[in-house]
Design a protein around this ligand. Structure first.
Ligand SMILES: Cc1ncc(COP(=O)(O)O)c(C=O)c1O
Length: 368
């Protein structure tokens, strides 16, 4: 079983439009007269300038840097990761799709936890993969992906890809590096571990040296949607061995990340102190929310993310709370997978802590 989809081992496909920014870097000088890329307007769109300002309409007018060099350079400096081990794409979701495209073919077996972040399974099945799911560890004081069961299923089915969110969504559970290394070691050699680290920035050890390391056989995904507040602009990055990055580039939608998004990402990455401030505030709110819910008698597993999970005794109860809150105008999350139907997830936003906002849940917890 090869590590990547078999058709990718051929020479090519080669990106037909690496773009002007890439060419300028290769030539070592700026090209003053750009007459060949059919971008459309000579001038920025006036209505766009009026609404968003000239900076936005100027950025909108041209294709961005397909190699996201400015973003990768900043990430490389912050994480100590070599440039060739970093790939930028349109959010962690796009990177999940890209990892699937690079490693799997129709029929490829893939493994995930039943009830984890569902986009992985959605994309995997949409690509024709065979999805094998394993149950969570749902024990007193612990709700977490079952690493042993993931490894067993990967070996039993000769999986091409194993998906793990760490910290996990929706449980909030974090495994340390040693546990992840143990999982990697227990997987078949040619199986890739797709490690979704969308909530990485909320880990207590987010700045550890290991945070930027490309582990062999692992594709680590991160996003700027959470701690950096760019969910609507769509940007995330992968850390992986250069060979894996090269392979992913072969099948990547090369202009998926807009010029505006790249510029916004460069801006927030240039201001890490502000990001730290936001993350600290989220963590403090999460702990206030978890503390309040626990005082009401809720079963709230430890979370290292920007949300808290609550385990209710029954799925019916969780469905009712979810429905009645929505009727009252508040949308919390209930995982769509029946395996975690008894779980509710609430984002650590100030609005969740406003008196009366979660009355339906409060009443259910008080009468338990
Ligand atoms: C585990 C996990 N992965 C990926 C994503 C999506 O991230 P992005 O906005 O970068 O696509 C989310 C968003 O909630 C998530 O929880």
């Amino acid at each position: 079983m090869p590590r990547y989809a078999r058709h990718i081992y051929r020479d090519g496909p080669h990106n037909p439009f690496p773009g002007i920014k890439v060419l300028e870097r290769r030539l070592g000088y700026a090209i003053p007269h750009q007459l060949g890329s059919n971008e459309g307007l000579d001038m920025p769109h006036r209505a766009l300038s009026a609404r968003f300002g000239n900076a936005v309409s100027e950025l909108a007018r041209g294709y961005g840097d397909a190699e996201a060099m400015g973003v990768r350079q900043r990430l490389s400096a912050a994480l100590g990761t070599p440039l060739e081990a970093l790939l930028v794409d349109a959010g962690a979701d796009s990177l999940i799709a890209l990892a699937l495209r690079a490693t799997c073919e129709a029929g490829s077996p893939v493994v995930a936890s039943a009830g984890t972040y569902p986009t992985f399974g959605y994309f995997a099945v949409g690509q024709g993969c065979t999805l094998h799911e394993v149950a969570y560890r749902d024990e007193s004081g612990l709700l977490a992906p079952d690493l042993k069961a993931l490894a067993e299923a990967a070996n039993a089915h000769s999986a091409q890809l194993v998906y793990l969110a760490n910290p996990d969504n929706p449980s909030g559970h974090l495994y340390d590096d040693a546990a992840i290394a143990g999982l990697r070691a227990a997987l078949p050699a040619e199986c890739t571990l797709l490690l979704d680290e969308a909530y990485h920035d909320f880990r207590p050890d987010a700045d550890a040296l290991s945070a930027g390391v490309a582990w062999p056989g692992v594709i680590r995904l991160r996003t700027l949607s959470k701690a950096h507040g760019l969910a609507g602009l769509r940007i995330g990055y992968a850390i992986a061995e250069p060979e894996a990055i090269e392979i992913m580039h072969k099948v990547r939608i090369h202009y998926a990340v807009s010029s505006l998004t790249l510029a916004a990402a460069e801006t927030v990455l240039d201001h890490p102190a502000e990001t730290r401030e936001h993350v600290d505030a989220v963590i403090a709110r999460r702990e206030r929310l978890a503390g309040w819910l626990r005082e009401l008698g809720a079963d709230v597993p430890v979370s290292d993310t920007n949300f808290v999970a609550i385990r209710l005794p029954e799925a019916d109860m969780a469905a009712r709370v979810h429905r009645e809150l929505l009727e009252a105008g508040s949308l919390i999350h209930r995982p769509p997978h029946p395996a975690l139907g008894h779980v509710l997830r609430i984002s650590a936003v100030e609005d969740a802590l406003r008196p009366g906002r979660l009355t339906v849940l409060e009443k259910v917890l008080r009468t338990q």
